[in-house]
Write a protein that binds this ligand. Structure first.
Ligand code: GLU
Length: 481
């Protein structure tokens, strides 16, 4: 199952190992990003392993959601995704090998006996650890046909030391790590066994994952020791907290990446934001993907939990929007539209003439927009069809008096040589001066007639983007001239 990367230049090999829960949540996305960046920074490879051993939760949709999330975020992997469940026979083989080498044993403790051990631990206010008597007994002493699990014969003296790139050196007294189960009584492998076997077989050199797995690193080290395998390097990354320091909740942003896509964030901005959640490079906040790859290292990951902050994400998204090429922004809008209400219709309009106009509207719009949704809203006048549906305020602005003004202005616009924002503004300003009006007396009715709204991007930019024929026709629809 070892998927060799074609472009790997170093032996660094990392993995992203999500459990399919139905979406790629933001913490998982950051773990994936850190792994991806580390592989890219070191010229190594990243594999994707779907930890789908929990058959109740696993579904093709849940796996697809993870793959889609990674693809949207622009994170690729080497080879095909590997299903952990499909390696179960290999996991069993390793458990049996440990059994044969005396590094594991069959434990025949019954459910009732385990219950008894648990309640005793509770009564004595001790953590629930199992010191199985079967560690030192012969399996032949067990009753005929009794069910058993296979437990690791872990060392119960001394300590297990985890040298972690983020957490430093962490000691785990072995007496606190009981003989963990490797194979359940139905023969299914446990999580810790599966992870060790897969990481070993896939040639993983660095395990980068959430700090909630730190104590598993100690347990897993004991399995590596049992097999005489090299232990990978560890980097356990702090979790993401809400702005108030509490565990991240939905309200704080604990959503799937597709929710960020739907809110109009650019993948490049989310990558930038996520890399800064826990990793730093001096005081830098804004990174292009190339810079992230160049600068990323495990040493830059901090030990304290990062706090999720929507305002920062939004500000960064605005910067990435401003630094994006106009055509690229339209492509991002096209990718987003299918997920928005009424998006399919807009998409159809884009493949007509509106696409070019949308590109032309970007320079004006992207200066202010913080999300793609704001860009789409700002360009909504492009998607409207004549005669426009005016909003209430626009109808009020277009009083009879205002319509008269537009009627008088119309010939001046008609004869304008160059249809562009600057000459349009000049023409309107000279019209205003010669008719003893204020700019607002003309600009607001123009806006109402041309965009159907009382708010829009700068009206002369709008008129330039719409072009002469469409702009004049929209005015005429209102003035009846
Ligand atoms: N499947 C585990 C999770 O989603 C990750 C296991 C690991 O990285 O070792 O939390």
């Amino acid at each position: 199952m070892t998927a060799k990367s074609s472009n790997a230049q170093s032996n660094v090999r990392v993995r992203f190992a999500p459990s399919p829960t139905g979406f790629l949540h933001i913490g998982g996305a950051r773990t994936a990003l850190f792994n991806w960046l580390y592989a890219k920074a070191k010229g190594g490879s990243m594999v994707l392993r779907i930890e789908d051993t929990d058959r109740k939760r696993n579904s093709p949709e849940a796996v697809a959601a993870i793959l889609d999330g990674l693809k949207w975020l622009g994170l690729d992997w080497d080879g095909d995704p590997v299903s952990q469940f499909e390696q179960a026979a290999r996991h069993r083989e390793v458990a049996l090998q440990l059994l044969e080498n005396g590094k594991a044993y069959k434990c025949f403790l019954s459910a009732d006996e385990l219950k008894e051990i648990r309640s005793q631990a509770e009564a004595e206010k001790r953590p629930f650890t199992v010191n199985s008597p079967w560690r030192d007994r012969y399996a032949s002493e067990a009753p005929e046909g009794a069910a058993f699990v296979i437990r690791l014969r872990a060392s119960n003296e001394g300590t297990t030391l985890i040298k972690d790139h983020v957490q430093g050196e962490v000691m785990f007294p072995n007496k606190d790590l009981d003989d963990l189960i490797l194979l359940r009584s139905d023969g299914s492998p446990t999580y810790n066994l599966a992870v060790v076997v897969d990481d070993h077989d896939m040639g993983i050199t660095h395990v980068i994952r959430g700090v909630d797995h730190l104590s598993n690193a100690a347990r897993q080290t004991q399995i590596y020791a049992g097999m005489g395998w090299d232990v990978p390097e560890w980097a356990h990354v702090p979790l993401i907290h809400g702005p108030d320091g509490a565990k991240l909740s939905k309200r704080h942003g604990a959503l799937g990446v597709e929710a960020y896509r739907d809110m109009g964030y650019l993948p490049s901005a989310l990558r930038n934001y996520l890399v800064r959640l826990g990793w730093s490079h001096g005081d830098d906040e804004y990174f292009s993907t190339q810079q992230m790859i160049e600068w990323f290292d495990l040493d830059g990951i901090g030990k304290s939990p990062a706090r999720f902050d929507f305002a920062k994400l939004e500000a960064l998204n605005g910067l990435h929007i401003r630094n994006s090429d106009d055509q690229e922004l339209v492509t991002q809008i096209e990718n987003l539209l299918p997920y928005l209400q009424g998006g399919e219709e807009k998409l159809e309009q884009l493949s007509g003439g509106v696409g070019k106009q949308l590109v032309a509207s970007m320079p004006g719009l992207k200066e202010r927009a913080k999300t793609l949704i704001e860009l789409i809203d700002g360009a909504s006048y492009l998607f409207q069809e004549r005669p426009l549906d005016l909003n209430k305020k626009a109808r009020k602005i277009l009083s009879d008096e205002a319509k008269d003004i537009l009627k008088k202005l119309e010939p001046e616009l008609h004869t304008l040589e160059a249809w562009a924002a600057e000459p349009l503004e000049e023409a309107v300003r000279s019209f205003v001066a010669s008719h003893d009006l204020k700019l607002g007396n003309v600009a607001q009715p123009l806006r109402a007639a041309i965009t159907g709204s009382n708010v829009s991007p700068p009206i002369f930019d709008v008129m330039e983007v719409l072009g002469r024929d469409e702009s004049l026709a929209r005015i005429k629809d209102q003035t009846g001239v």
